[in-house]
Design a protein around this ligand. Structure first.
Ligand code: GLN
Length: 501
């Protein structure tokens, strides 16, 4: 048995029966990292001593020396935008290259309490701005299914790490699709929870009203196990929701202990199937709809007329918030400082050298949208559009429990294909962005494959705080589709080498 190939649930079973040990499991994953990293470049830093110590601690717990959870001894990769005490937290940026936070993010604290083992920090587009990891200041990651293609972004390193077997699961963050789109490109499951369900404390802010931390794993069940550990109210995040996790679960489980979608109404928003959607992606989503119908769900077409405004609204709001959040990187407090004759010259030189092109583009766009002469015409209008989107969703959820859509219009694209055309890059999140603007939960899971054997994800959506209903529907579809065995892991050892781009 190859230990790194296991799902979290499988590994947990063997760990609790003491058939394998956390240290053995970690070593297997670390060997896999050594083997795969030269081709995929999922990680920005790999933890050795700290991971070993965590695995040993997990071993003690499993031997009866402390609390055991489904994540005890499980090697997880962490997107490099989440603070881990005394470890580099670069956000894929030169400006934070030397930054080591003195504290843990709440999600990290909770994973530590659960006994998880951190393998390292994963690559990402700089400050989570991008859809391919090509905006990372430290070079892109590659898609394990085809090394000439992107793994998606911005959590592309987390997605490629899980797909390539370099961790059993990972944390990503999703501001406009950054968990779901890379999950779709890499053939794994990724979930953006309801806004407020997972604390953002210790998550370096991109767009605070949209950012959420979520799991990226091989199966829906694994995502649920990670969500169980990280969700919950946190006094350190003023936007953290007050709820009892057990209430959300029992609501989902009422009458649905078998995780079936029987009797559910699944809505298909017709605007998600317009121009720009790859016919192979459309087919995979429609086949998933048929599958859900065969499981006893009723499929209904619903309207989502405001979809056409979502991308514009998102880029105004997200960039506006980013321009404010990123003002703190000026050479005074964090990371890089490039000195100059005056304080202002120091600020300018630091920001000019520290930030990459996409980050600068967003700061300029956001500052412009928030400036007094343009605020009403741009930012305020975008906020009103946000309400329109929410209204469309509320209306759809009056008749449906779940919505089914594509995750991204195409399968993974080639490295370099969209780097010179920001708008083309932005369009790959057209179906995921409305979900962040409305604050609802979204799940991307494998739906099928393209003719070129690239994974294609389908997206399921549910009303706010129906996260566990969403997971149940996802699990039921996953079981019915039974795609889990088609992993890309063998590719890497068969001469599928990176092309030069
Ligand atoms: N690709 C989108 C952007 O560039 C979404 C990013 C994200 O979710 N972090 O903003």
């Amino acid at each position: 048995m190859t230990l790194w190939k296991q799902t979290i649930a499988e590994a947990h079973k063997r760990l609790s029966k003491r058939e394998i040990s956390p240290v053995e499991l970690l070593h297997s994953v670390q060997a896999r990292i050594k083997e795969a990293e030269p081709s995929v470049h999922s990680y920005l830093s790999v933890f050795n001593e700290e991971a070993e110590a965590q695995a040993k601690e997990a071993e003690t717990r499993l031997k009866g020396g402390g609390e055991v959870s489904p994540l005890t001894g499980i090697p997880l990769a962490i997107k490099d935008i989440l603070c881990i005490r005394n470890q580099p937290t670069t956000c894929g940026s030169k400006i934070l290259e030397s930054f080591k936070p003195p504290y843990d993010a709440t999600a990290i604290t909770r994973l530590r309490q659960a006994g998880a083992v951190f393998t390292g920090k994963t690559n990402m587009d700089e400050f989570a701005m991008g859809s391919s990891t090509e905006n990372s200041a430290f070079g892109p990651s590659r898609n394990p299914w085809d090394l000439t293609r992107v793994p998606g972004g911005s959590s592309g390193g987390s997605a490629s790490a899980v797909a390539a077997g370099e961790a059993l699961g990972a944390l990503g963050t999703d501001t406009g699709g950054s968990i779901r789109q890379p999950a779709s490109f890499c053939g794994i499951v990724g979930m953006k929870p309801t806004y407020g369900l997972v604390s953002r404390f210790g998550l370096v802010a991109f767009a605070s009203s949209l950012d959420q931390i979520g799991p990226m794993c091989h199966t829906v069940e694994d995502c649920r196990l990670v969500l169980d550990a990280i969700a919950g109210h946190d006094a350190k995040d003023s936007t953290s929701a007050t709820f009892k996790l057990s209430d959300l679960k029992s609501y989902a489980e009422a009458g649905k202990a078998d995780a079936s979608v029987k009797g559910m109404v699944v809505g298909i928003p017709k605007e998600f199937f317009g121009a720009g959607l790859d016919p192979e992606v459309r087919k995979v989503v429609m086949d998933a709809a048929k599958k859900m119908e065969s499981l006893g769900a009723r499929i209904e077409e619903v309207a989502f007329p405001s979809l056409e405004y979502a991308l514009s609204a998102y880029y105004l709001i997200a960039s506006g918030e980013a321009s404010s959040n990123l003002a703190r990187y000026d050479g005074t407090r964090y990371g890089l400082r490039v000195s100059g004759p005056t304080t202002k010259a120091m600020f300018t030189a630091t920001r000019s050298r520290g930030f990459g092109l996409e980050v600068k583009r967003r700061i300029m766009l956001g500052t412009y949208a928030l400036s007094s002469g343009y605020y009403d015409a741009l930012y305020l209008k975008a906020q009103k559009t946000r309400t329109l989107l929410k209204n469309d969703l509320d209306k759809a959820f009056k008749t449906c429990q779940i919505l089914l859509t594509p995750t991204s219009p195409t399968p993974a694209f080639k490295l370099g294909d969209k780097t010179s055309d920001p708008l083309a890059m932005y369009l790959s999140d057209i179906y995921t962005i409305p979900v962040n603007l409305a604050g609802i939960p979204g799940l991307s899971q494998p739906g099928g494959f393209s003719s070129e054997n690239l994974p294609i994800g389908v997206q399921l959506l549910a009303p706010a705080f129906h996260d566990y209903v969403l997971l149940q529907a996802g699990k039921s579809l996953e079981t019915a589709l039974n795609l889990q065995k088609r992993t890309p892991v063998e590719n890497l050892s068969h001469g599928n080498q990176p092309a030069t781009v």
